[in-house]
Design a protein around this ligand. Structure first.
Ligand code: SF4
Ligand code: SF4
Length: 433
């Protein structure tokens, strides 16, 4: 039977109604020195040095940009060690031991509203560059590059759809800090001389609709910002789907949305813009979901970037049972990366960690049901790509346009034979990349 599905069980009820637990005074943080976009780095500090919150301690080198590395607490520099990044790779991390003084670096200061109103697009781009802001929904793309667009932007869209199952950190962020979200959006609109804004949420998220519309009406009556409730299907949060359902614009594969007069930022990134412009502060803390059926008390945290997930598991009262092994997913269950180690660090772009009882199940042979084909939002033929990977036939992989896959995970989710189809498509992308 064909399983055509864009509906996935969301499990958000485990955490979304609970207030966020603040854990902002860890003994130490571990700051990633490199990542998938920035393969090399320079470190400007050595073991024993004293650092302050917001101070630049190094620089990552990407293909076409440099990225300052900031300390997220004040304290003493420790050693460099390997920790798990959300991409599933072990990367170098520098330890900073907390002195619990929360001493800010001199570069952190407040701008008055008058000063902010006088900032140009170039000024704001420069601030985001210095503060190393990236897409905090997981993309990690440098925000200053996006904000520097010279295209005429008619609409700024803040993506608060958060369609991945289990995740509710963006939901809690909006409920608890709606004003910071809207101010961040206001600054983006100012930079781009854009008069119209849309905040896109899932249709089921009624509390968000009420909170946001009330705050816009009460505190920002001069801004033309509309809250739009989109569908509940997956992957509704994919930017292309957001633009399609919020604005009726179909962006063809490979084209930039800016060309169509629209630009999108994740809701956490909008708050990052607020902190950078208002307080000249890099991203030092973030909302983070720790959940899954192996965790005793799943919940959302507000933590320093660099916090150990092991510590957060302890604060959630540990595991429900003594397991031989658990499955740890970094990011959402559809698009995230899995491992069996909990030695994970919350980086700027780590939205969540899901810990599941590691139930092994056997893959069965493909029954050619076509469910993966009917469900693919990118209109690909996952089963054919999988077969081409098995034959190592790169020409067919290219011909089937495996490079257009957005790694949403739906083909695995719907597969009748429990095959990890998405893993094959990822492999195809690597092979033809
Ligand atoms: S092929 Fe890619 S885009 Fe299509 S369902 Fe699978 S993971 Fe999603
Ligand atoms: S890979 Fe899975 S979903 Fe796709 S055709 Fe085969 S059995 Fe069906």
């Amino acid at each position: 039977m064909i399983k055509k599905s864009r509906k996935v069980r969301d499990y958000k009820e485990l955490t979304k109604a609970l207030p966020t637990l603040r854990y902002l005074e860890p003994e130490a943080v571990y700051i990633h020195l490199h990542n998938a976009r920035c393969k090399t780095y320079d470190l400007f500090v050595k073991e024993g040095d004293k650092v302050t919150l917001g101070e630049i301690i190094g620089e990552r080198h990407g293909g076409f940009f440099e990225q300052p590395i900031h300390s997220t607490i004040s304290g003493t520099v420790g050693k460099v060690s390997k920790k798990l990044h959300r991409t599933g790779r072990k990367v170098d991390c520098i330890e900073i031991k907390n002195d619990f003084k929360e001493t800010f670096h001199e570069s952190v200061f407040d701008r008055t509203d008058n000063v902010i109103e006088s900032l140009t697009q170039d000024d704001m781009v420069q601030i985001l560059k210095e503060k190393s802001l990236v897409g905090l929904g997981g993309s990690g793309f440098p925000s200053y590059v996006k904000l520097a667009t010279k295209e005429k932007i008619d609409t700024v869209v803040i993506n608060a759809v958060e369609c991945e199952p289990y995740l509710s950190s963006d939901y809690r962020l909006i409920l608890e800090h709606p004003g910071r979200v809207i101010k961040g959006m206001k600054y983006i609109m100012q930079a781009l001389s854009c008069k119209k804004g849309i905040i896109a949420i899932k249709s089921e998220k009624d509390p968000l609709y009420q909170v946001l519309t009330q705050v816009i009406k009460g505190r920002f009556p001069d801004l033309d910002i509309e809250v739009k409730r989109l569908g509940n299907h997956y992957p509704q949060g994919w930017e292309i789907e957001v633009f399609k359902w919020a604005l009726g614009i179909d962006i063809p594969f490979g084209e930039l949305p800016m060309k169509y007069g629209v630009i999108g930022f994740n809701v956490s990134t909008a708050v990052g813009v607020f902190d950078a412009i208002k307080h000249n502060l890099p991203v030092t803390k973030r909302y983070f979901t720790l959940t899954g059926d192996a965790i005793k008390f799943p919940q959302n945290f507000r933590v320093k970037v660099g916090t150990s997930v092991k510590k957060l598991i302890e604060l959630s009262d540990g595991f429900k049972n003594e397991y031989d092994e658990v499955l740890v997913i970094m990011g959402g269950p559809m698009m995230g990366v899995s491992t069996v180690s909990c030695d994970v660090i919350v980086s700027k772009t780590t939205t969540s960690v899901i810990v599941l009882q590691n139930i092994d199940y056997e893959e069965e042979p493909c029954v050619r049901c076509g469910s993966c084909v009917y469900s693919c939002p990118a209109h690909l033929e996952p089963v054919q790509i999988m077969n081409a990977v098995k034959r190592n036939d790169k020409e067919v992989m290219k011909g089937l346009e495996a490079f257009r896959c957005i790694e949403c995970g739906l083909c695995t989710y719907v597969c009748t034979s429990k095959i990890h189809v998405t893993d094959y498509i990822r492999k195809a992308k690597r092979l033809i990349g």
